[in-house]
Design a protein around this ligand. Structure first.
Ligand SMILES: Nc1ncnc2c1ncn2[C@@H]1O[C@H](COP(=O)(O)OP(=O)(O)O)[C@@H](O)[C@H]1O
Ligand SMILES: [Mg+2]
Length: 397
């Protein structure tokens, strides 16, 4: 079929042609934001799910919802090489600038700018443009201790008070939140704790891999009560069918029932893979015909090839030889979660000896612990990729 008209969007964070199965979570977030805006008690929330389930797409939608509710909303993506402070500063500056108004000066807004200036000062960030353009003196003694857990709450509280003074609210949206350090996560939790106690209008929305649950728990035990953690999973069969059928139907094309069943089997309902299979099946299918089982079988080949070259490959290439061995042993045990002891047995060693490599893999976002002593891949179908990539399992680590 005509490649140019292909509706599918297999790439990280791309808006899918049909956002299937996410009405409930989006209704919920709309209600949370709406209630929050009118000062009703609502919790901040963090979306939790594996790679490729559609968390980033949802955060973009929630950002839109927040803007529609007239929130001052910022969306940032955490990564291991950039500090939380450095991520937030330019965005918070933007918010405060939009709240600032020379004709109608507000002391809370001015104070928040001064607190931001203090915060930047101690972070010693080389962001000269910000230092110059803030145009205020630092607020001495506020957010300038150099301890993020003390300073971030002061800063965010000042921002929230500024928003309140302007009768608006702030949404801070953070993607890949599992990449924050324990200290940063803890500082964020303490800030939200303080803000919710004072009922100030600042909400945190985040998304991340399942390891964020452990990170939050370790940082602050009360984080469990402070946040909601909606789980984002694969699509069920009906939603997966909608995700495939609706976009092609618009162009007068249909998948046969068998074709849909086959895609469901291969993708297990994971949105990223649904886009990938849909994309290839469309290109392979004959012009003017239904997309059938044969097309999908061929699509499986080209989908896997492309995933192996990109989605899986970029993650594989970031691994040390040791980490590859560990993951290959995990893959040898088959799909699903496995005991750390079984993994070490496969490598003729003990779980203790593997704890370092295991922790590094968790930090890199490759694996997580679904329950105590258990390990699973964070990337669906990665076990099959590992077996394709390293066909012969070697027990020596
Ligand atoms: N509800 C959905 N229905 C169909 N496709 C989706 C849905 N959510 C996401 N996708 C697609 O899945 C892929 C991964 O989405 P993304 O938001 O990057 O996932 P994550 O952030 O969880 O890794 C993208 O190609 C996107 O278009
Ligand atoms: Mg994402």
């Amino acid at each position: 079929m005509d490649n140019l008209k292909n509706p599918f969007a297999p790439s990280a964070g791309s808006q899918p042609p049909e956002l299937a199965g996410r009405m409930e979570i989006l209704d919920r977030s709309r209600i949370v934001l709406g209630r929050f805006k009118i000062n009703k008690p609502e919790k901040s929330f963090l979306l939790v799910g594996l790679r490729g389930v559609g968390k980033t797409v949802l955060l973009n939608k929630i950002d839109e919802q927040a803007k529609n509710e007239n929130f001052k909303s910022i969306l940032v993506e955490a990564h291991s090489e950039k500090s939380l402070g450095a991520l937030l500063i330019p965005q918070l500056r933007q918010i405060l600038y939009s709240l600032d108004n020379s004709k109608n000066i507000n002391q809370k807004v001015k104070r928040a700018l001064r607190v931001l200036k203090s915060f930047i000062g101690v972070l010693k960030l080389k962001m000269h443009d910000i230092e110059i353009s803030l145009g205020v003196d630092p607020e001495l003694g506020a957010a300038d201790s150099g301890d993020l857990e003390a300073d971030l709450p002061v800063l965010l509280e000042a921002v929230a008070e500024a928003a309140q003074a302007r009768e608006t609210a702030v949404a801070i949206i953070i993607d890949e939140i599992q990449y924050l350090s324990e200290k940063e996560f803890s500082a964020l939790i303490m800030a939200i704790h303080r803000i919710s106690q004072k009922q100030l209008p600042l909400i945190l929305v985040g998304a991340g891999l399942p390891q964020l649950l452990g990170l939050a728990g370790r940082s602050k035990s009360y984080s469990e009560r402070l946040f909601d953690y909606p789980k984002i999973g694969p699509l069920n069969k009906n939603d997966a069918i909608t995700a495939l059928q609706e976009p092609v139907k618009e162009q007068g094309v249909y998948f046969t029932q068998e074709a849909l069943e086959e895609i469901m089997v291969k993708t297990k309902g994971y949105p990223y893979f649904i886009q990938e299979w849909g994309y290839h099946a469309w290109n392979i299918a004959q012009e003017g015909a239904l997309i059938n089982l044969e097309d999908v079988k061929k699509a499986t080949e080209s989908s896997l090839k492309r995933l192996d070259e990109s989605f899986f490959r970029v993650r594989f290439d970031r691994l040390t030889p040791y980490e590859k061995k560990y993951l290959r042993a995990l893959a040898e045990l088959g799909t699903g979660n496995h005991k750390t002891g079984d993994i070490s047995n496969k490598l003729n060693t003990t779980p203790n000896k593997l704890s370092l490599v295991r922790n590094n893999l968790i930090k890199k976002g490759m694996i997580y612990s679904p329950s105590y002593g258990e390990i699973e891949f964070t990337v669906p179908l990665f076990d099959e990729f590992m077996r394709r990539e390293i066909p012969v399992f070697d027990e020596i680590i």
